[in-house]
Design a binder for this molecule. Sequence first.
Ligand code: BF8
Length: 651
Amino acid sequence: MEEKRGAYVRERIACTILERAKLSLMNPALIEAKVEERTIDETAKPLIRLALEEGIETAWDRYEQQQPPCRYCASGLSCSRCAMGPCRIIPERQRFRGVCGADADLVVARNLLDMIATGAAAHSDHGREIVETLHKAARGEAEGYGITDPGKLRRVAGEYGIETGDRDDAAVAGDVALAMLEEFGTVKNAIQFVQRAPPQTLELWEAAGITPRSVDREIVEAMHRVHMGVGADYANVLLQGLRASLGDGWGGSLMATETSDILFGTPQVNMSRVNLAVLKDDRVNIALHGHNPVLSEMIVRAAAEPAMLELAEEAGSAGINLVGLCCTGNELLMRKGIPQAGNHLNQELIIATGALEVMIVDYQCIFPSLPRTASCFHTHIVSTSPKSKVPGSLYYPFYPESALETAREIVSLAIANFPNRNPGKVLIPGEPVEAMTGFSVEAIGHLFGGFKPVIDAIAEGSILGAAGVVGCNNPKVRHDEGHVTLTKELIRRGILVVETGCAAIASGKAGLLRPEAADLAAPGLANVCRTFGIPPVLHMGSCVDCSRILVLAAGLARELGVGIHQLPIAGAAPEWYSQKAVSIGSYFVASGVFTVLGVMPKIAGSGNVADLLTRGLNGLVHASFAVEPDPVRAADLIEAHIREKRNGLGI
Ligand code: BF8
């Protein structure tokens, strides 16, 4: 069913206030304790307090409602894939199997493969939409989109063997887009971009049989294998997880990154501001939440049009203030310096400021609860993707062919909503924090004058190594504490940190993306940072931009003439929650990067699966996972790993 443009998906949602609020009201000490246990983000605290006092539900409340969790589900031992079940494997009765005969190892492995495939599909489908937009732009069918980085277009074309010569950008872009679209179901049996990996890494993949053949094929095969009666060997099932994740990291996500750069520009180092205080009380505030820059870039363009600014003035505001949330926010921050309001667990709180006219969402990591939160304020939630309709949101389907026109409609809606704001309800807490962002691989190369100076700094020991800290927020972890504590520990030990996604936003809020954060780093690393005027934590973009981390690692490995697994580097996801994060962790490990998770995946029900992931994979890809909820101990693991790799390289 297609809603009328601008109509509510299903219907408007009425404001509901939690009954429990009355209890909270009677107990200010309990409220304060909850605020402190939920976050370290100082701008989030007043809004969590307000939500608790007024009975506005947040993810933390729902998390509490879910306790205690089902222990079978938590350990991966429940299976509801087919109609003979649902089944659960009872650990105390080890011989118990599902109706089909699946044991604990198989049930856990199939569940995990399902998660990886889901995450890989989400990233890659996002990538496909951007490539399709490039294709439409090349044919003149997408008003407002064009080629912003022709140099990158031509470099990528070269990788595909597409002739560039004196052909115009549109012709080259059309061929590049078609070549990339073919990668999703290619018959040539290998994704082109895997060739960016060093030969030693490619050899490992070939030997293990995990070179991704095409993006879609590996995801489809994963779903095939989790069907009852297909994969019965847990190790073989998990191997496909590595392959599907490599199709994400070196395929779907990397295409998303490269094509976004071609269309919207390759990020360069810039300064901006982060946290909920980037909202302005005298402006029309619009938050962009989700993942695909095809939407958000067009909103930026529409909001800057003189006609829109005039409308905003007529409505009594001082202008239009666009802010980002989560990964689409990271895309805008990286390329345009648009301020970043917050990460995953900030998404409901920004509505509670009472100062948000519209939140525009596309897909992924959008709480279905948002219209419920918004119903207690004047905020409109605008959904834009036919794939991701959110009941209670206003629906403005967004297609590249009519993007600019739709963007104007949505910005106008926000302006018209400004007079509905209740100034008595506005709470914009604190002050924004400065942040340096825009560290694409190209920007890093430009800054340092190539990879060699980075290698030299590592070899002489001024930089001990590098770590990618990535991923989400999860109410199981005090908001931002995992990211910030781990990141501070790593730079204190001389480890350069690169970040994406919600981890990078957490660091931004904590001031770790300011060049002054060099003061918190070990002397050698601090010296490098001061020489180049950069922070010890480099923001590399959104979650699909974890592909930039792969490309950076590949570049360093090639410079040294080794495989990625030999580099003194590591990965970490201290507060991960999503299936996409599982795919990222898997392709980090499959690419040879030791990765520490701060939240236990649902694998505890199988000792064999846990053993394979934390030890066995070393025999295959020379890397493995570790699970360590304590961020200081996670830093210990990473430092020990980096020192071991340095020894291996004789540095
Ligand atoms: O892709 S880090 S919570 S916003 S999944 Fe989501 Fe996790 Fe944030 Fe972006 Ni990534």
